[in-house]
Structures are given as structure tokens and as C-alpha cells.
Ligand binder design. Structure first.
Ligand code: ATP
Ligand code: MG
Length: 399
């Protein structure tokens, strides 16, 4: 028995009262059976969208062309979708048309994997026409129906298969696996954004090492050639999961052997956001540079990074560097704490002298001011006790 949230249960009862069928379906059923907490509860129903809207006072048309209406209950939105059969897929991604149906089996048949094609209601219990529960128990990702046909309809399912295998620690069933390689060229039809979303979910999952499947299944050349090359030369995949499960750390872990510019161009092609791209670039540039256990050197590195990214860098180095560097790294960490505790100047904005003050003291405005400030900053990084106005003004006069 699945414990459905009360509000979702009430929505289903209401639909029943009006003579319609209603089930929770897909990811929430899968996750409940796995004793995982579902992200959201989707409801599938024989009622068409107009009928759903007539029953509930507060609804939002979130995907009406696909038959989805969001029903609001206690501030939580539940997606209620009419049973549907997807028409032929136009571009390997979007169905040309969707056709509503009154038959649950047909709705389950259009879904991607057996583990995602189960429905449940308190009234009827588990509806599991494609043996999804068995595949869940055995840890298998298997297409509903003929795998080649299903991947031909929608090539994004290829990446979804690998992504679910990484999130759940499952294996991809043999026929499904073969079909992936055969239909691989269809990846060209899938937008880079959608690909990226799946790859990121895969990388931040419990089994980021499954990224090797992306290479071995031969889909990577159809995603982006430089990404394919990066996967080809990649090693140490088992260590990826030691990194915290966040976007920039896992992507940086994957791309750490690339030149920083190459990692940036791969991530741009995959449409990652600029913040992540910049963080990855910094980590890829610096992870292999040993930091000497001396405060001026440490302050210099710190001056280039936000405090968060600096601590990410140390963690990254702890995981991927040579053993011989680990003792140094421990000291670096200690010293960095002291630097922060003592309030040493590590950022330009904290310098005791500004460009404006130099000009007020009689220096001609112009690019040379920048050079003087650079030199003063270097001095302060070396000797934080020199971060005093008089001292720096004096020094500036000699430059
Ligand atoms: P999660 O949200 O945890 O990533 P999910 O299974 O809920 O996993 P969604 O993308 O939210 O995945 O989709 C909900 C359900 O819709 C799936 O469980 C599946 O039944 C169906 N589905 C989603 N995308 C596809 C697709 N590309 N092809 C076929 N069915 C799909
Ligand atoms: Mg979902």
C-alpha cells in the first residue's frame, strides 16, 4: 500500500465521485515503492481537462495542450493529466498531437520505462501491467514495449535511461542497451538544454560513475564532439562520488583533465549557466596547482576566489591530489582559517588606500594609477600589517 498525501487522495476521491478514474502515477509510485520520498505526486485521470476544471475551484492551465491541469490544494499544486496516447513524434521529441483516451492501460503504454509506468489508487491498489515492480526489485531499467521504437519516438529517453540508472543504481536491460547504441544518432534531434539537464542530474546523483555509459553507449559524439573527447580521456571515475553532490563540483570533477578553455567551451555548448561555468573554470585551472603552506601564497590564491570557492578548491584538491601533498594541504587549511580569523586583507576592496585617495594626494589620473594599486595590493598580500593608509601612501610616493 502506498501512502498518498491527503490532498492528492482528496483530489482522486473527488474525481471518483464525479464518475472518473484517478490514480497517482509515474515517478511518485516508483519512489514510494523504493521507500524514497517522491518529489511530487502526479495524478492521471479519465476526466478530460475541461471536466477537471469544472470539478475543482482553483486550477491553473499548466500544460493544457498535453492535457495537464494543475489543481491547487493547500498551496500545493498537483498536476492532473488526462489519460493520453501520444501521437507520432515530430522531431524525436515533441508528439505531433496528443489524443485523450478513457483507458488507463493506453496511458501507461506511452510512458518510457516499466518502473515509471505504474499507477496506484486506494480503490484499485497497484496497477502494474508491464511488470515494473519486478524490474524495480531487480534493479533494471527497461523500456515499455519495443526499445528501438521508443527511443526513435523520443531520443531524450536514451539519456533518461542512463540518468535513472545513475540515480537509482540500476542496470540498463540488454535490449534497451542495444537499442540505445542503434538509435544514438537521434540524439542530434534533442536540444542541448535538455541534454544538459539530464547530464547534470546524472552527475549529481549517487552514481556519477555511470557517466561512462554515455561514452560506452556511443551517444556522446552526437551530443558534442569535444565532450566525447573529454569522456574518452577521462579516468578516476570512481572518485567522482567523493565530491559533494553539486553542479559545479561534479562537472569540474568530470572535466578536470581538460584545459580550462576547453572545459569552458564544452559547458557553453551544453548551455550551462555562467556562474557554474566560471566556478568550473576556476577549479579546473587551479586544482592541480599545489599551494605552498605559506600565508602570502595562500592569501594570493584566496584573493582570486570567493571564500566558498576557495574551500571547494581545497576539498577538490584533497580528493584528487597526490598523497604527498595532503600534509601540506592540511596546513594550508589551518593557515586559511587564521587568515580569515585575523581579518587579513585579501580583497582589493579592503585595501586601506583607494585610487581616489591617490589622486587627491596629487597623483595624475590615468592607467598608471592601476599599476600603483596593483603593487600596493601585492605588498598587502605579502604583509597584511602594511595595510595602513600612511604606510601605503608613503610606498606609493616611491613608485
Ligand atoms: P523525476 O521527476 O524524479 O526525475 P519522474 O519519473 O517523475 O522522475 P518526470 O520527468 O517528472 O519523471 O515524468 C513523470 C512521468 O512521465 C515519468 O515517470 C514517465 O512515466 C513519464 N515521462 C516523462 N518523460 C517521458 C518521456 N520522455 N517519454 C515517456 N514518458 C515520459
Ligand atoms: Mg517527476
Amino acid at each position: 500500500k502506498i501512502l498518498v498525501p491527503q490532498a492528492a487522495g482528496e483530489i482522486m476521491e473527488q474525481l471518483n465521485t464525479h464518475g472518473f478514474e484517478a490514480y497517482v502515477v509515474g515517478g511518485c509510485v516508483r519512489d514510494s515503492l523504493l521507500m524514497r520520498t517522491p518529489e511530487d505526486w502526479d495524478i492521471t485521470t479519465s476526466a478530460n481537462p475541461e471536466q477537471v476544471k469544472a470539478i475543482f475551484p482553483r486550477t491553473v492551465d499548466t500544460g493544457i495542450q498535453h492535457g495537464t491541469v494543475t489543481v491547487l490544494a493547500d498551496k500545493v499544486g498537483y498536476e492532473v493529466t488526462t489519460y493520453r496516447i501520444d501521437g507520432e513524434y515530430e522531431d524525436g521529441r515533441h508528439p505531433k498531437s496528443v489524443e485523450f483516451t478513457r483507458n488507463l492501460t493506453e496511458d501507461l503504454r506511452r510512458r518510457d520505462f516499466t518502473i515509471n509506468a505504474m499507477a496506484y489508487s486506494d480503490r484499485d491498489g497497484l496497477v502494474d501491467i508491464f511488470d515494473g515492480q519486478k524490474d524495480l526489485q531487480q534493479g533494471i531499467i527497461r523500456c515499455v514495449g519495443n526499445a528501438q521504437d521508443r527511443f526513435t519516438e523520443d531520443a531524450l529517453r536514451i539519456l533518461r535511461a542512463i540518468r535513472f540508472s545513475a540515480q537509482l543504481g540500476f542496470d540498463i536491460e540488454e535490449e534497451t542497451k542495444k537499442a540505445i547504441t542503434v538509435i544514438a544518432p537521434n540524439m542530434l534531434k534533442v536540444s542541448r538544454e535538455r541534454i544538459q539537464v539530464e547530464l547534470t542530474k546524472l552527475l549529481v546523483s549517487n552514481h556519477p560513475e555511470k557517466i561512462v555509459e554515455v561514452y560506452e553507449s556511443k551517444i556522446a559524439p552526437y551530443i558534442c564532439e569535444s565532450f566525447n573527447q573529454a569522456l574518452k580521456t577521462f579516468s578516476g571515475v570512481e572518485r567522482l562520488k567523493l565530491l559533494p553532490a553539486n553542479k559545479h563540483m561534479r562537472w569540474a570533477g568530470l572535466l578536470r583533465h581538460q584545459l580550462p578553455e576547453v572545459s569552458v567551451s564544452i559547458l557553453r555548448e551544453l548551455k550551462l549557466d555562467n556562474d557554474t561555468i566560471n566556478q568550473v573554470k576556476t577549479l579546473v585551472s587551479l586544482w592541480n596547482e599545489e599551494i605552498p603552506a605559506k600565508k602570502p601564497d595562500i592569501r594570493k590564491v584566496m584573493s582570486k576566489l570567493t571564500p566558498e570557492l576557495f574551500s571547494d578548491l581545497l576539498l577538490f584538491q584533497t580528493i584528487f591530489s597526490e598523497k604527498s601533498y595532503l600534509d601540506t594541504l592540511k596546513m594550508v587549511e589551518e593557515y586559511a582559517k587564521e587568515i580569515i580569523r585575523d581579518g587579513d586583507c585579501i580583497h582589493r576592496k579592503d585595501m586601506a588606500v583607494t585610487g581616489k585617495e591617490l589622486i587627491e594626494a596629487g597623483r595624475k589620473p590615468g592607467p598608471k594609477i592601476g599599476n600603483v594599486l596593483d603593487t600596493l595590493f601585492e605588498e598587502v598580500i605579502k604583509n597584511p600589517e602594511h595595510n595602513q593608509k600612511d604606510y601605503l601612501m608613503n610606498l606609493a610616493e616611491k613608485l
